[in-house]
Design a protein around this ligand. Sequence first.
Ligand code: 3K0
Ligand code: CA
Ligand code: CA
Ligand code: ZN
Length: 430
Amino acid sequence: MNRKRLSVVAGALIAFATTLSVSAPPATGDQPAPDVPTFAEYRVENVKTAEQRSAIARTGASVDAVEHGGLNITATPAEVARIRALGYQVERQELLAPPSAGDVTPLDFPSADARYHNYAEMTAEINQALVDHPTLISRRVIGRSFQNREIVALKISDNVAVDEAEPEVLFTAHQHAREHLTVEMALYLISQFTDSYATDAQIRTMVDNREIWIVPDVNPDGGEYDIATGSYRSWRKNRQTNSGSSNVGTDLNRNWNYNWGCCGGSSGSTSSSTFRGSAAESAPEVRVVADFVRTRVVGGVQQIKTHIDFHTYGELILWPYGFTFNDLAPGLTQAQRDTHARLGQMMAATNNYTPQQSSDLYITDGTIGDWLWGVQRVYTYTFEMYPRSGGGGFYPPDEVISREVSRNRAAVLLLLDFSDCPPRVIGLTC
Ligand code: 3K0
Ligand code: CA
Ligand code: CA
Ligand code: ZN
């Protein structure tokens, strides 16, 4: 492996960022941040509570990791200034180095990480599954990204061509561009449900009695952009232009249409990595997936019963809501909260993740989970995959892929099992 750190570039960027933060007045109050989208990674020390984390997220920075009593964040200089104004010590982290010259194929992972799938490789893998298992898996293009890439949904079930009266289960991955391990998770699930169907009785029972939907790449433009130069860019958002601004991108996981922008859990500034977009579902990728979910309402009944959205990192299992610290909220009863929590805890017991309510991490608004429960009443989880901390952050080496995707196998099977009646997990009937 060849993961040198490039302190010269980091140093130059620090100097650049410092210049910018001097010229940009620190934003205060409700004033939008100046549009200076020079994202970099920082360490914030001495952050202990969800309230403190939420205050830092409210500056527009993305909170990437909670570890050792502090945070790793991605932020613009203006956001760093705001966090410092809150009284926190903020330090620049070193960048991941670009691979050496000659080691780069455009739009591909560095050769040391060749086992990760770029968009074309993911598509090829899916097409092979379709060829190998035409009776078990089908593919539909549910729409296109901002840059016109296909966003696909795979359906996996026996009698796959028939819409049977079986509980439907949805898995989504890769809302955030740099979270590439989540595409590997989706590809692993496709492989398990098809290649292992003939030999694994547990898999076969679930494939026979559930209709499984997998959207393996919600943000193909962002993913390709992140790897386009052969040097990871730590990009989070999609690649949508913003009118009246040179800043690019919407944070897809702040763009869903439930309490959108309600609660300081997203940013109204295009320069922020948590920019919520100009309106709910303004991001084509979010609109495409939301439209797809709405098509699963048949005879007035949402067919999708359960869902996991895969992210990295932190090794967490999160359930709604994110927009409030309260355990309960209108439309979320004690029994529904307890169902989420109990099943979340049971899944966590299989993969050793930490189960908690979404807002225990920090306040978010406009997330897929809040929308899927708040509007669609789908029992929904956000998995933050490997690493817990360290371990390469958003870019763990490809040697860990196989271990870290199979780590979630039992949790996924548990979710599938309870999808006939999730409240069964706390002893209720449906
Ligand atoms: O529901 C949630 O709490 C989402 C957490 C997610 C987010 O969108 O902020 N964490 S991530 O961005 O580090 N993957
Ligand atoms: Ca079936
Ligand atoms: Ca069905
Ligand atoms: Zn994420």
